[in-house]
Design a protein around this ligand. Structure first.
Ligand code: GDD
Ligand code: MG
Length: 318
């Protein structure tokens, strides 16, 4: 069984970080976002199909010869085909019921349970649904007795049908992929789901957490969630507070790490306090307090920073 992961976006809101690393390869608790998604796929999935556009070269290089627990197929697009066009572009690699993921989502969804429901209800498609207070930035559904009766993508504020949004995780039968015209830019959310709604499109509401890791704030949050139960309890040179993850290669001296901090590989820090922050690989830091910031890869710092994203291509304050 195959899972398509849509990883074509530019990661605009994470610039300048995404000028040097494509978003799917940005780490969450020291493992690239897309690799985490692949590793988290239930056993029934043997293949991950990555619908790639921006960042193809880096992704090819990353996955070449690397064992991530599943077969990985990269399917490139010459031009961005949109969410639907990108899925359709993968059709030759699909053998039946397919899972599709927006590549920027970190969630607590139980895919096995969702698959069990999808099969039991004989749905054409099942969409994971999440409740939010402010739904207009998302796909919004009218949901009744397990079925999605209407789908609206990013509706005007005040016109939303409900508080239930499309959580960017789908199980689809081949007939839905076949509805998408080939070789065209198509949004599945704008052009296909509204048509299938009321005609066998089901919903799978879930609870726990749902994070679209596309902004500096949500990227930090997704990192801290991804620590899970694999946090670091002790590391030479670090006084650890709360939940943190420190890469085994990191060299720390007289540092206070946490609460909530990720320290990447080949990082060297001396006399630093790191809180609510992600320090990416190969960073060198001295004598600083770092709070709510993302730093790296390959950066030197010697000043206190707060709410900043600092990468080799520049810095923003968020
Ligand atoms: N290959 C490929 N080609 N992937 C693409 C393309 C493309 O042309 N365009 C977008 N994607 C990928 C993005 O990389 C992302 O992983 C996913 O498709 C969704 O695109 P976003 O640009 O992140 O959409 P969004 O966040 O505004 O809205 C989507 O996600 C919401 C949940 O976070 C929609 O699916 C909404 O309905 C949904 O509520
Ligand atoms: Mg998104």
């Amino acid at each position: 069984m195959e899972a398509i992961i849509l990883v074509g976006g530019f990661g605009t809101r994470l610039r300048p970080l995404t000028h040097t690393v494509p978003k799917p390869l940005l780490p969450l608790a020291n493992i690239p976002m897309v690799e985490r998604m692949i590793r988290n796929l239930p056993e029934v999935f043997d293949t991950a199909i990555l619908a790639v556009n921006y960042g193809l070269k880096d992704m090819k290089e990353y996955f070449k010869g690397r064992d991530v627990g599943k077969k990985v197929v990269l399917v490139p697009e010459d031009e961005p085909l949109g969410t639907g066009g990108a899925m359709r572009n993968c059709i030759d690699y699909v053998t039946g019921t397919t899972a599709v993921f927006n590549g920027d989502i970190v969630s607590s969804i139980d895919l096995n349970k969702m698959l069990e429901q999808h099969i039991r209800t004989k749905a054409k498609g099942t969409l994971a649904l999440w409740k939010v207070a402010d739904p207009n930035r998302f796909g919004v559904v009218e949901f009744k007795n397990g079925e999605i009766l209407q789908f609206q993508e990013k509706p005007e504020k005040g016109t939303e049908l409900s508080n239930l949004i499309n959580a960017g995780t789908y199980l689809l039968e081949p007939e839905i992929l076949e509805m998408i015209p080939p070789k065209q830019k198509i949004s599945i959310e704008r052009e296909i789901y509204p048509k299938v709604a009321g005609e066998g499109l089901h919903g799978f509401p879930f609870e726990g957490y749902f994070i679209d890791a596309g902004t500096p704030e949500s990227y930090l949050e997704a990192n801290f969630k991804s620590i899970g139960n694999n946090g670091t309890a002790a590391h030479t040179g670090a006084n650890i507070r709360g939940s943190v993850m420190i890469h085994e290669n990191a060299k720390l001296e007289h540092c206070i790490i946490g609460p909530k901090a990720i320290i990447g590989p080949n990082v060297k820090l001396e006399k630093c306090i790191i809180r609510n922050s992600v320090i990416l690989s190969d960073v060198n830091g001295y004598g600083s307090v770092v709070e709510e910031s993302i730093i790296g890869p390959n950066i030197k710092f010697e000043e206190d920073v707060n709410r900043s994203l600092i990468s080799p291509k520049g810095q923003i304050t968020f």
